[in-house]
Design a protein. Structure first.
Length: 320
């Protein structure tokens, strides 16, 4: 089964992004043929600072390699390295009714947020359709906000296939319903827009500060404490083994320790959990030529498939 997904680097990642989106994606690498690219042409629709766009693209590659993308198993590249996608984007544009794009929530939301409505933002789903259809992807893992884009892809593919025969594979989206929402330091959904995050790659000092800011009640140290509904405990569940969790419950019930102790314990667990990824990140951060080489190799593999597919598509529509 061919699984494909694109990622837009959105700056500093937090543990909600990790458990909610990245970890499930990495799991797919074990069981399927995974294609994964950094959607830097898409990022250009909203990011006009050249230096930042370049840096974000490399940072996204470093981050995903550090967290476990294995280039030996997964085809991993930067969208802009396989130019065929832009040619397909144009061809698909001729099979995309305006109404289909006018109904896109994501476009309407971005405009409502004040992001300048340029043409690329409007036709964003067509480029996304090209990303998917060029590689005959069967399954596209996405967050809920991207479901409609995969549906638009299917609509475009159907319209094309109706006129030219079975050229495109119809993709289906996959939303992981099992992943729970990770709470932030204030107990609400962790989100970069709420300022309640615990960051994935940060210094131990900052991590200590972020974990220290988790809201907890003020039961006196000597008294037993309730772990059920405690924000520290909820977050600890993500990092502790079942045995460690039982031990922590007992510590809550025993009394004699304050929430500060539980926070320090959680901080240590988070620090340990990402130790290997942090080391890998430090390595790739200082070996960016290696990162570029990995992306290049990935692009070559992807390009081979893309070139074959484009021949078929050009022929179908009559482009010489
Ligand atoms: P943010 O809310 O911080 O802006 P994004 O919207 O960029 O995060 O989310 C990127 C991905 O991470 C999405 O797939 C989203 O579902 C996932 N995600 C974000 N926050 C959480 C959370 N608190 N719990 C679980 N998954 C999350
Ligand atoms: N639009 C996606 C997002 O913002 C990124 C993306 C671009 C993508 N092309 C794709 C995702 C193709 C899946 C398949 O998250």
């Amino acid at each position: 089964m061919r699984v494909l997904t694109g990622i837009q680097s959105s700056g500093t990642l937090h543990i909600g992004n990790y458990f909610g989106a990245i970890k499930p994606m990495l799991e797919l690498q074990k069981e399927s043929e995974l294609f994964m690219f950094i959607a830097n042409y898409h990022a250009l629709t909203s990011l006009k600072d050249a230096k930042a766009l370049k840096q974000n693209t490399i940072d996204a590659a470093v981050t995903f390699l550090a967290l476990g993308i294995d280039p030996a198993k997964t085809t991993f590249w930067a969208q802009s390295h396989v130019k065929e996608v832009l040619e397909l984007y144009w061809i698909l544009s001729s099979f995309t009714p305006m109404g289909l794009l006018e109904r896109a929530h994501s476009y309407k939301d971005k405009v409502a947020k004040g992001i300048g409505a340029n043409h690329a933002l409007f036709s964003y789903p067509v480029l996304m359709a090209a990303d998917i259809l060029l590689y005959d992807a069967e399954v596209v893992p996405v967050g809920k906000d991207q479901i409609q884009h995969v549906e638009i892809t299917r609509d475009i593919a159907l319209k094309f296939n109706n006129e030219h025969g079975d050229i495109f594979t119809l993709p289906t989206f996959k939303v992981d319903e099992n992943v729970a929402t990770v709470p932030g330091t204030d107990g609400a959904k962790m989100s970069k827009s709420y300022g309640n995050t615990i960051d994935l790659f940060t210094t131990e000092k900052k991590l200590k500060k972020q974990v220290g800011s988790i809201v907890s009640d003020s039961t006196p140290i000597e008294e037993p404490k309730e772990y059920e509904g405690c924000n520290i405990f909820e977050m600890s569940k993500l990092f502790l083994s079942p045995h460690e969790l039982e031990e922590l419950k007992a510590r809550y019930k025993r009394g004699g320790e304050g929430h500060g102790h539980f926070k320090m314990y959680l901080k240590d667990k988070i620090w340990e959990h990402f130790a290997q990824a942090r080391e890998k990140k430090a390595y790739y951060d200082t070996h960016q030529d290696e990162v570029m080489q990995i992306l290049d190799d990935g692009a070559q593999k992807a390009q081979k498939i893309a070139a074959e597919k484009m021949k078929m598509i050009r022929d179908a529509v009559g482009i010489i």
